[in-house]
Design a protein. Structure first.
Length: 86
């Protein structure tokens, strides 16, 4: 079917991301579930999870991420906000 995950995968493949590097999380029915279910694919020891969403949804996704992940949550922006090259 046409899920958000499958549509975004098409975009990623279109810009050169290999299909085998794309993991589709298609089980979730809410943003919180989306984040929670995605945790199983985090490379051990990295703690990195990137949220790809629309500008309209980013504030909500950020809030829900903080709630779901608690103290593990850290914005990518926190890592780069003082970096003049960013």
């Amino acid at each position: 079917g046409h899920t958000e995950a499958s549509e975004l995968a098409k975009v990623l493949r279109g810009v050169g991301i290999p299909a085998e590097s794309i993991i589709l999380e298609a089980q979730a029915t809410t943003t919180a579930e989306n984040i929670w279910f995605s945790l199983r694919w985090l490379p051990k020891g990295t703690g990195q999870l990137y949220i790809i969403t629309s500008d309209f949804h980013m504030a909500r996704a950020t809030y829900i991420s903080r709630e779901v992940l608690g103290y593990w949550y850290k914005m990518l922006e926190d890592s780069y906000k003082n970096n003049p090259d960013w």
